[in-house]
Design a protein. Structure first.
Length: 200
C-alpha cells in the first residue's frame, strides 16, 4: 500500500493564506497532469483548465469583483445577499494566491440555460468526473508541498468570468495554489459510523 496517498488525503488542508513566491511551472504542470489522468464517465474527459498568475490573474479577478458587485444589485441567486461577504473574502484569498486555475466542463452549458433530461444526466456525470480531477489536483499539490483551495464562489460572477474566459462550456469553479503561509488544524468530520450503512 502506498502510504503517501493516505498521508496526502489526511494531511491536506484548505489553505487561505499564501506566500508571495510564484510556483515553478514544473510544479503547476505536475498538478495539472494529475487532473488529466482522473477517471471520467465514458472516458469523456470533460475538463479544460485555465491557469492565471501575475497581471493576467489580476485582470480575471477584477471581472470576478465586477460580478460580485453586480450580484449585490441584480442578484441571480435568491440567497446571494447573505452569501456575498463570503464570496468577497474568497476573492481576497484568490488575489493573494500566486496561481488560480479555472475549470471548465467542455461538454456543459450555462446554468442559465434550460436543458433536457438526457443532457442533465450527462452534466451530472461530467461534474462528478471533474470533481475527481480537482481532487487529484489537490492531492498532487499536497504531495508536492503546495497549498490549495477548492473554490465554488465563482458562481456569483458566473456571467462575467465565463465571458472573460471565452470558452464554450460550463464554468465549474476554480482552485487556488501557492506555498502555504498557515498551518490550519483539521476541521471536524462526521464519524464513519454516522455516514456508512453496510448491507453485506
Amino acid at each position: 500500500m502506498n502510504n503517501s496517498v493516505y498521508d496526502s488525503i489526511y494531511k491536506r488542508r484548505s489553505i487561505r493564506k499564501y506566500k508571495s513566491d510564484m510556483l515553478p511551472k514544473e510544479q503547476i504542470e505536475k498538478v495539472l497532469d494529475a487532473a488529466r489522468v482522473a477517471p471520467s464517465g465514458k472516458n469523456r474527459q470533460p475538463w479544460k483548465f485555465f491557469v492565471y498568475g501575475g497581471e493576467e490573474k489580476k485582470k480575471i479577478l477584477s471581472e470576478m469583483r465586477k460580478g460580485i458587485k453586480r450580484e449585490l444589485k441584480e442578484p441571480l441567486f435568491k440567497e446571494s445577499k447573505r452569501l456575498l461577504p463570503d464570496a468577497d473574502n474568497t476573492l481576497r484569498i484568490m488575489m493573494n494566491a500566486p496561481v488560480v486555475v479555472f475549470v471548465i466542463n467542455t461538454n456543459g452549458k450555462s446554468p442559465m440555460e434550460n436543458i433536457d433530461m438526457d443532457d442533465r444526466f450527462s452534466e451530472i456525470c461530467d461534474t462528478l468526473s471533474i470533481g475527481a480531477a480537482i481532487e487529484n489536483m489537490l492531492l498532487a499539490a499536497q504531495e508536492l508541498g503546495v497549498g490549495s483551495l477548492w473554490i465554488g464562489n465563482t458562481c456569483f460572477a458566473y456571467k462575467e468570468l465565463a465571458e472573460y474566459i471565452g470558452e464554450e462550456g460550463q464554468l465549474i469553479g476554480a482552485v487556488a495554489f501557492g506555498i502555504a503561509d498557515e498551518e490550519p488544524e483539521a476541521r471536524p468530520r462526521k464519524k464513519l459510523e454516522d455516514i456508512v450503512e453496510y448491507h453485506l
